[in-house]
Design a protein around this ligand. Structure first.
Ligand SMILES: *Cc1c(COP(=O)(O)O)cnc(C)c1O
Length: 231
């Protein structure tokens, strides 16, 4: 059995355990395989092992990889999620080639993605990225601006607002990993109360997926545990 298949099964088992410990059904947590820096062949291997959704951070790398995969494995129908920072000059590529975008943190980018989403495709599923650890350097909208951005995005015709995403500051102590995820979940609940029809909390990576699942993640974004360390 290939390493990737073994790793995928281990991660799925891990997700199921974390969900059960939190009294959640394992099928409420989706695994997004983060394939940035992995070659097309590796993505195909993961897809052949049953993985459907893939996350990419760099527009050019991702689009080239999608093209290679179409040539190498035309039967595969994969779901692509953009999870990296977005520059304005990349919005057209992202709007054209992806099914989801997790990293919307400003109005200008949201408007461009909506305008550039091809009419032949369904609306682009989007999450708003929240700067949950309040770091100056990190991307993400701060909590104060979140509701205004949500209002704008939910009115854009070619975007479908699905939920929230965050990348908390790395924290080694598992106990301390919960707090930012809990805050994101609270914001999510507040927005649902305010009438936003959300179903997605994108939070948790290889090092903190247990805490994220305990706090309600519906998508965990996992790279290293599936594909190994990136260099
Ligand atoms: C790279 C990346 C991941 C995956 O991180 P791992 O620690 O390798 O699981 C998840 N989310 C985002 C936004 C990333 O950039």
């Amino acid at each position: 059995m290939s390493t990737i298949r073994t790793n995928l099964q281990a991660v799925q088992g891990h997700i199921a355990e974390a969900a059960q410990s939190a009294s959640r059904s394992p099928d409420t947590v989706c695994l997004l395989a983060v394939s940035k820096t992995c070659p097309a062949q590796t993505v195909i291997e993961a897809a052949r092992a049953g993985q459907h959704a893939f996350g990419e951070n760099y527009e050019q790398e991702a689009i080239r990889k999608m093209q290679q995969i179409r040539e190498m494995a035309p039967d595969l129908r994969l779901e692509w999620h953009f999870i990296g920072p977005i520059q304005s000059n990349k919005t057209r590529g992202i709007a054209t080639h992806f099914d989801w975008v997790h990293t919307i943190d400003r109005e200008r980018i949201a408007r461009r993605l909506s305008e550039q989403r091809p009419e032949t495709l369904p609306p682009l599923n989007v999450c708003l990225q929240v700067n949950i650890s309040n770091e100056d350097s990190k991307s993400g909208i701060d909590e104060k601006g979140l509701f205004e951005l949500a209002k704008t995005v939910s009115n854009l015709p070619r975007l479908k607002l699905r939920g929230l995403m965050a990348i908390p500051e790395p924290e080694d102590e598992p106990e301390k990993q919960h707090e930012p995820f809990r805050r994101l979940k609270n914001l999510y609940n507040q927005m649902r109360k305010a009438g936003y029809d959300l179903d997605t909390l994108s939070m948790g990576m290889t090092a903190d997926m247990d805490a994220a699942i305990a706090e309600g993640a519906t998508i965990v974004r996992i790279g290293t545990a599936i594909f190994g360390a990136r260099n």
